[in-house]
Design a protein around this ligand. Structure first.
Ligand code: ZN
Length: 481
């Protein structure tokens, strides 16, 4: 005869074991990635669309995406739309590091893809001139939660249809630009959904700043001495994908810059060049296999590094604050300075009778007495004060409107980065730090980081005609609008 108490005890043990198994399984489900409960997210790249090209929708999930669906909602009805995975190359899809493996709309769970863009084309049923559309996007992840169905997110989006291009109107611009020199443009750019406004000269880009009244912009631009062509255009883009391009017509004047040949001597490389290598301290002289390699390192690698540091300190453009006005005096960087070398000089270096390297002198060299005082004759903010290779101890000062000046080969300087300096401030003494063959000041003018022909900015009548009067004329026009 069995003991009923024993039987009940056995059932209790069985129940306990089952409970433990359920708890363990439940804990496994809760902790396992395969059963995670986080739903996918859906983000639109833009709330407006011009119905041309592809409209991107960003979808992501922490575990992976199993499937997605897009439908147009029209009069309460769901009309499915074909959506394709976009690659990184699709310009409107901003996802970085997206996995671009080919996909169908039902993705296998073997290789879960965590974030990518899908794109839709204009739905065929859509009538023209609709002001907006509603989309329903549904995304399911690879989780085994919900009895292996996964987590699904379904969201509706309202998208404004905008087929109107941004409007660009040039208000005023300087009449002419010289190769190597600067120019000014003031214009209006308007759009309900304006996304970006930029200027290109065909090779280099410039960022305009808000000017005077809402919707107006101002920018200096440069034609690099190093480039043969210059074709200035304003490019405005809206969030719906509409782009407008307006050419800026300048009278273009080519300029012949000086060419010279400089033979390199062993004494020069063993002297100035080698001591500069030691001062920079990045490489040992013993690491080079020839004198020529030492020169090339300084003239090519270090020169580029120097350019990059100066560029970084002088290319920032404040697109938030409104420029009410801009006035600048003709720069006069060194009192009684004699010109030792001019802007734009192209130098070919020869060694043992062969052309071995070259450079472009992108500033003006002025010399007076040793350790001559450098006095700032335009107010500005210090954006760089350091030893920068070729330029030695250098200062960069920002004067507004994307315009900076560089003072190089200095002995020492009392000013600090961030200092706001008044006109007439003593900023440094000249010297021969960096690649300098004697005490002098190397002075450069930079427009959004690019060196320009300094002579224009040292000429008050050029400034009056090309900057001051253009700004005054533009304000006059804007005031009458
Ligand atoms: Zn120089």
């Amino acid at each position: 005869m069995q003991n009923p108490r024993a039987k009940g005890g056995f059932a209790k043990i069985l129940g306990l074991v089952a409970l433990v198994i359920i708890i363990i399984f439940g804990m496994f489900m809760l902790s396992s990635d395969s059963f995670e409960k986080e739903s996918p997210t859906i983000n639109l790249q833009s709330n407006s669309w011009n119905l041309k090209g592809t409209f991107p929708i960003e979808i992501s999930d922490n575990a992976g995406i199993k499937s997605y669906q897009v439908a147009l909602i029209e009069n309460g009805q769901r009309i499915p739309i074909d959506a394709q995975q976009l690659t990184e190359q699709d310009s409107m899809c901003a996802i970085k590091n997206a996995n671009t493996a080919p996909l169908t709309q039902n993705i296998t769970a073997q290789s879960p893809i965590k974030s990518f863009c899908i794109g839709i084309q204009k739905p065929q049923s859509l009538k023209n001139n609709v002001p907006s559309i509603s989309l329903e996007v549904s995304v399911t992840d690879t989780s085994k939660w919900n009895f292996f169905k996964g987590n699904t997110t379904t969201e509706q989006f309202h998208i404004q249809i905008d087929t109107k291009k941004p409007q660009i109107a040039i208000v005023a611009n300087s009449y002419k630009i010289t190769q190597g020199g600067s120019a000014l443009v003031i214009f209006k750019a308007e759009d309900e959904n304006l996304k970006s406004v930029k200027i290109t000269n065909g090779i280099l880009d410039f960022t305009p700043q808000p000017f005077y009244k809402e919707g107006f912009y101002i920018s200096l631009l440069a034609w690099s001495k190093l480039h043969e062509d210059f074709n200035a255009k304003i490019i405005a883009q809206d969030n719906a994908g509409n782009i407008s391009i307006a050419p800026i017509n300048y009278f273009k004047q080519k300029k012949q810059y000086r060419d010279s040949t400089i033979p390199l001597s062993d004494a020069f490389i063993d002297g100035k060049i080698s001591s500069l290598v030691e001062e920079i301290g990045e490489r040992n002289l013993e690491d080079f296999d020839s004198k020529l390699a030492i020169f090339r390192y300084i003239n090519e690698e270090v020169r580029e590094e120097t350019f990059n540091r100066i560029f970084k300190a002088s290319s920032f453009v404040d697109t938030e604050s409104l420029i009410e006005d801009f006035s600048i005096a003709a720069f006069s960087p060194l009192k009684n300075g004699a010109v030792m070398a001019s802007f734009g000089d192209h130098r070919t270096f020869t060694y043992q009778g062969k052309n071995v390297s070259e450079s472009n002198h992108m500033g003006l060299d002025l010399a007076s007495i040793k350790q001559a005082p450098v006095i700032l004759n335009n107010p500005g903010v210090v954006t760089l004060n350091e030893f920068v290779g070729i330029d030695g101890n250098a200062l960069v000062i920002y004067h507004g409107l994307g315009l900076s000046t560089l003072y190089a080969h200095l002995t020492s300087s009392e000013v600090n980065v961030g200092d706001s300096l008044a006109r007439g401030t003593f900023i440094a003494n000249t010297g021969n730090t960096g690649l300098a063959l004697g005490d002098h000041l190397h002075f450069s003018v930079l427009v959004q980081g690019y060196e320009v022909w300094n002579a224009e900015w040292m000429d008050s009548s050029w400034i009056k005609t090309n900057i001051t009067q253009v700004i005054a004329q533009a304000k006059d026009i804007i005031n009458k609008l």
